[in-house]
Design a protein around this ligand. Structure first.
Ligand code: C2E
Ligand code: MG
Ligand code: MG
Ligand code: MG
Length: 291
C-alpha cells in the first residue's frame, strides 16, 4: 500500500492503488484519526534569492506523522481529503502550524521579514478565510505580506466568482498570491490578467528539462522559461523556479533572470527543529547551499 518517496525520505500512498476501495478507505480513516490525534505537521523548504542563496521565505509542506507507517508525504492524502472535504480542516491545521513556526524562524537574525508560503486547495476559499487570517496574523503581530497564498490552476479554472472575490480581498488586505506549478496547465497566462498574482512559481518539470540534450528540448525550454520570466516581470510578479537540484540548473536560471529558487540544491523540506538548527548554524553565512 505504500512506497518510499526516496528523495524526500517520507513515504507516499501509492497512487496506483488509489482506485482500490480498501486502500482508499484506509487513507480516509487514517486522515480522520490524524486530524483528531494531531498527526499533521508542516515541514519547511527555503525559497532562496537565486543570486545570494539567502532564504527570503519558506514553503510549508504538509506531512502526516503516522505512528506506525512513518512520515507520509501529501501524495494521495490531498486528493482524498479534497474529495471528502476534510482538506479544509487539514488546511487550517497546516496554516496554524506554519504561522506559529514562522514566528519562531523570525526571531533569528536576518529572518525578521521572512514569509511563509502555504498551499491552498479550492475548498479552503470559504467566506470566513479573511477573518481567520486576520486573527492569525494579528496574534503573531505580523504584517499580511508575511503570508504567501499558493494556488494552482485547480483554484482558478472554474472562475468561481466567490473565489475571485475572496482572492481579491486577501490581496487587498496585503497577503501575497503565488501561482504554483506555473506553465503546466491549460491557460496559465490568462490567469495572470484575471487574478491578483504577485509571484509566479515555474513548475519543476520545466527546470528538469532545461538540460535535456535531445532534439533541442533543453534550448526550447530555456526560451519558454525566459519568456515566462519576462512576461511575469512585466506583470510586476517575482519569479520562483521550483525543483532546482543542480548548480548547472541554478546558473542557467540565474542567467534567465529568475529571482528566487527552491529545491534540493539548497535544502529539502525540513521539520521545524531541523530548520531552526540549520538556519542557526548558518548565522554567520546565511546562504543556504547544498549540504
Ligand atoms: P508543490 O506545492 O508544488 O510543492 C513542491 C513539491 O516539490 C514538494 O513535494 C517538495 O517536497 C518537492 N520538491 C522540492 N524541491 C524539490 C526538488 O529539488 N526536486 C524534486 N523532485 N522535488 C522537490 P511534496 O511536499 O510531496 O508536496 C507535493 C504537493 O502536495 C505540493 O506541490 C502541493 O501541491 C501539495 N501540498 C503540500 N502541502 C499541502 C498543503 O498543506 N495543502 C494543500 N492543499 N496541498 C499541499
Ligand atoms: Mg506549492
Ligand atoms: Mg509546485
Ligand atoms: Mg536577480
Amino acid at each position: 500500500a505504500r512506497k518510499r518517496d526516496g528523495k524526500n525520505g517520507a513515504q507516499v500512498y501509492d497512487p496506483a492503488i488509489l482506485d482500490q476501495t480498501r486502500e482508499r478507505a484506509e487513507i480516509e480513516s487514517d486522515i480522520e484519526v490524524a486530524i483528531a490525534a494531531s498527526w499533521f505537521e508542516a515541514h519547511f523548504q527555503p525559497i532562496v534569492d537565486i543570486d545570494t542563496g539567502i532564504p527570503s521565505g519558506f514553503e510549508a509542506l504538509m506531512r502526516m506523522r503516522h505512528p506506525r507507517k512513518g512520515l507520509m508525504s501529501p501524495a494521495g492524502i490531498i486528493s482524498v481529503a479534497e474529495e471528502t472535504g476534510s482538506i479544509s480542516q487539514i488546511g487550517n491545521l497546516i496554516l496554524e502550524d506554519a504561522m506559529a513556526n514562522l514566528a519562531r524562524v523570525s526571531r533569528l537574525p536576518g529572518m525578521e521579514e521572512a514569509y511563509v508560503a502555504v498551499n491552498f486547495s479550492p475548498l479552503q476559499f470559504e467566506p470566513g478565510l479573511l477573518a481567520r487570517l486576520t486573527g492569525l496574523l494579528g496574534h503573531y503581530g505580523m504584517q499580511p505580506s508575511r503570508l504567501v497564498i499558493e494556488i494552482t490552476e485547480a483554484v482558478l479554472m472554474h472562475d468561481n466568482p466567490e473565489i475571485r472575490t475572496i482572492l481579491n480581498e486577501l490581496h487587498q488586505f496585503g497577503c501575497l498570491i503565488a501561482l504554483d506549478d506555473f506553465g503546466t496547465g491549460y491557460s496559465s497566462l490568462s490567469y495572470m490578467s484575471r487574478f491578483p498574482v504577485d509571484i509566479v512559481k515555474i513548475d519543476q518539470s520545466f527546470v528538469r528539462s532545461l538540460t535535456d540534450k535531445a532534439d533541442d528540448i533543453g534550448s526550447k525550454n530555456r526560451m519558454l522559461i525566459e519568456g515566462i520570466s519576462a512576461i511575469s516581470h512585466k506583470m510586476n510578479c517575482k519569479v520562483v523556479a521550483e525543483g532546482v537540484e543542480t548548480e548547472e540548473q541554478r546558473a542557467l536560471l540565474r542567467q534567465m533572470g529568475i529571482d528566487y529558487a527552491q529545491g534540493y540544491l539548497f535544502s529539502k523540506p525540513r521539520e521545524i527543529s531541523e530548520l531552526l538548527s540549520a538556519l542557526s548554524a548558518r548565522q554567520s553565512d546565511a546562504r543556504f547551499m547544498a549540504g
